[in-house]
Write a protein that binds this ligand. Sequence first.
Ligand code: ADP
Ligand code: MG
Length: 660
Amino acid sequence: MGLITVGDLLSYYPRTWEDLTQITPLQGVRAASGKVTVRARLKSFSGFRTSRRRMFLINGLLEDDTGTLKVVWFNQPYLAQNLKKGAEYYLSGPVKDQDGRPVLTNPGVEPAERTPIHSGRIIPIYPATAGISTRMLRRWLKDSIATIRELPDTLPDEIKKNYRLIDRAHAVENIHFPHSTPAIDAARRRLGFEELLLVHLGLLLAKRQWEELPGSAILSFQGDPFGATFIKDFGSKLGFKLTPTQKTAIKEILGDMAKSIPMNRLLLGDVGSGKTAVAAAALVATVKAGRQSALMAPTEVLATQHYHNLQPLLAKFGIRTTLLTGSTKLHDYSEIENGSIDVVIGTHALIQKQVVFKNLNIVIVDEQHRFGVRQREKLKNKALDITPHYLSLSATPIPRTLFLGLLHNLDISELTAVPAGRLPIITRLVTERNRDTAYKLIEREIADKHAVFVITPLIDEVLDDEQERASIASELRSLKHLFSKARTSSIHGRVAPEEKLKLMAAIKNGGLDILVATSVIEVGIDVPRATIIWIKNADRFGLAQLHQLRGRVGRSGLQSYCLIETALEDETDIERLTSFVKITDGSKLAEIDLGLRGPGAFFGSEQSGLLKLKIANLTDKRLITETRAAAEQILRTDPTLVHHPELKSKLQFDYVTHEE
Ligand code: ADP
Ligand code: MG
């Protein structure tokens, strides 16, 4: 369970609690009492095996000063060896009706000579796993808490007083073995406060470190303070008109780049909103100022696509661009080092050692959630004397409250509108009943020379390459059979990169009608002539992921369709998919995903690490605000946390430790 130290165990918090404080006198136990806790002597008991059903039974009689009660245990032979006749126990369990008489059935039991931990109090219920029961955890936690008399406090007295927080030892004890219901709330508040405070401290320190980095080169737009002339000039070279939100985003980016503090900005925009053009503007502006820029994408296909789209555009500005991926090795890396290349577009091949820049000044990372923090840091470190400006692009919608309250070390530009002239994508759930209609639609679109994507997710996570190929091959066969006139092909993990690129080019240029894939085309792929995406076993995907896939079509003025299919008849699956049919707003889908699957469902490695909160509730706006104020207050008087060693040692965020 990842619990290595006593400290780990202490912060393994209960999932919930059950109040078993109320002790019922035996006289008061009725057949309809439900669950009860009693304290009684075991007057007699006997254990035996039933002949027919080979079940082990213990029958017993309990007694207290008010009366008696029958008790029965099933299949717990070891218990028969441990029970002592005449001893006193706490017992807690359901009362069943046996011919009108109450019988305590399979109760949890523990000797009354010790303070009880499984009953007779508010008991913690832990998330358990196979072989480790909530009872075992309770015992270990009780022992651990008993041994740590002195638990150093992490929070300064002043903060505790200001925000009315109990001390740490108290909180730890009460989160596990609460003395009362209000004590749970106090403990939870205290521990959640600490947790969020640490998040804020991490963010604020990272931000400060970021701002103190050696001043990055200043790009000045002299005589063009808002970059208006630049944007006009840039826009005139595009094949379309920039949307107002694209223009605003470019202005914000130019504004950041004109400062000596390195930019740290996230460009957030739904799939198809045109983030690439905004990124291109940043590339051009940087090169115009005599500096190099780099654009990193998570897959080879995507990097290549960016290169093919951007290279001709950048060439119009006299910019020399190169592509660098795992399969496109450069002949001459010195061209990057001596500055004859201005822009390098590539995959994580960009971070390899041979790549040395002359004067890298901006790093742009597409689909940033696909990369680890380390990979991005490495690319940033390619700028020798300065910290480059950093712009990340993401289509993953994140609930606004999180951004405003927590991720405040980032500046955000948002593309809120998709380019004009787009038709809303029609989404349909395909079932046996309308399958023929779906086929007809596909035939019609192919006849109209449009392209179709078919996504068949891996049925089984453990499928290896060979099995993946087999499953795709069988899908391909059935499609060829169904749509015999169509030119159909497939992409899977084993397809060589050059072959992949060829297939992508074919589907883009009209050399192919149907392309089958697992989910390689999930991110970023831009094929304007694609009008149908047919997603099989759609239940395999999260809503945000489905939304990404849907964004592969509807990228032109053509009416597009997203067909989703599931073999499952599970109601919650159907409900989830039905909401996907109805909702087109990515951030709404994200909220639903958040509710259904928690933050891990759609946050990237950075954010999910950041938001792996054990106890604080991310929707608790008040706590988020309070902890932020407290973090600022602490840093005001102790900017390096030297006087708060406990807090400092607990700060373990990736990027903070990385900087150290
Ligand atoms: P994403 O934000 O998903 O990365 P892209 O940058 O790939 O989206 O843009 C999607 C498509 O829209 C591309 O074909 C691009 O050329 C086009 N596009 C971008 N901006 C505009 C615009 N202002 N008007 C029309 N088309 C645009
Ligand atoms: Mg993109």
